[in-house]
Design a protein around this ligand. Structure first.
Ligand SMILES: [Zn+2]
Ligand SMILES: [Zn+2]
Length: 265
């Protein structure tokens, strides 16, 4: 019934408890999950997870926060994207939150890495999973410059303003909401979520992080994604079943799952 569109099941907090988590998912009717890649070093394990479980899919990409890891090229990403069960490029994007002592000019490597992912997405026709933090203007500008509107994707774990949401929607992107939507201090984000059309919304855990209330601060996992759906349903004045149905249909449409299960696995 529910889909977790973004989780990190290869991270040690979760990978050692996989069977327990899969049982919890089944109990909570979370029947599908997208396992997100954050380094090329990790890709083989992410792909193996997706290939060994019928209801898991995966992405390929290098997270903007990861430094000192193998740098992706367009060719390498395109080649890895042909792996069975890969349905997206990412997560990629810009994160200026952890600048430290550095200036924005010194973050050119991050912008270049983002462009490489977009070019690979355009070449493969796969959607892009965008991570943006404290960098919305540059993220949108680069997406426009690189023409990503033509293949689309999702702004994952959305925490930005209405303006940014509108710009992302204009580019044809989906908006994915995480457990942050349930946090006490997220009133502004709840207002944004209320206004994003249901047919452009996804839900996710971003587990092991960001457990929704009442589990905030604990280790998150995909079985908790119904709490995000419940919050979204409440904001939109809908039944939770309707939000589950719509976000699942959006997930299938964005990641072309009908095609993926027939021709790509
Ligand atoms: Zn992210
Ligand atoms: Zn993530």
């Amino acid at each position: 019934m529910y889909v977790d569109s973004h989780c990190h099941l290869t991270f040690p907090e979760l990978s050692e408890r996989l069977e327990e988590i899969r049982a919890a998912m089944q109990r909570e009717r979370v029947d599908r999950a997208l396992c997100i890649c954050t380094t090329l070093e990790e890709f083989e394990r992410v792909a193996a997870l997706a290939q060994s479980h019928e209801n898991f899919w995966c992405s390929v990409g290098v997270h903007p926060d990861n430094e000192g890891v193998e740098e992706p090229s367009v060719e390498r990403l395109v080649a890895l994207a042909a792996t069975p069960k890969v349905v997206a490029l990412g997560e990629t994007g810009l994160d200026y939150y952890r600048l430290g002592e550095r200036t924005l000019a010194e973050m050119e490597w991050q912008r270049e890495r983002f462009r490489v992912h977009i070019r690979a997405a355009r070449r493969t026709g796969l959607p892009l999973i965008v991570h943006t933090r404290s960098a919305a203007a540059d993220t949108l500008a680069i997406l426009r410059e690189e023409g990503q509107g033509q293949v689309g994707g999702v702004f994952h774990c959305f925490t930005e303003t209405q303006e940014v949401a509108d710009a992302a929607l204009d580019l044809g992107f989906y908006i994915s909401f995480s457990g942050i939507l349930t946090f006490k201090n997220a009133a502004e984000l709840r207002e944004v979520a209320r206004r994003v059309p249901l047919d452009r919304c996804l839900i996710e855990t971003d587990s092991p992080y960001l457990a929704p209330v009442p589990h905030r601060g604990k280790v998150n996992d995909p079985s908790l994604v119904p709490l995000v759906a419940r919050q979204l349903a409440e904001l939109k004045g809908l039944a939770v079943e309707e939000v589950a149905r719509a976000t699942s249909a959006n997930f299938e449409r964005l990641f072309k799952l009908g095609l993926a299960s027939e021709s790509r696995t």
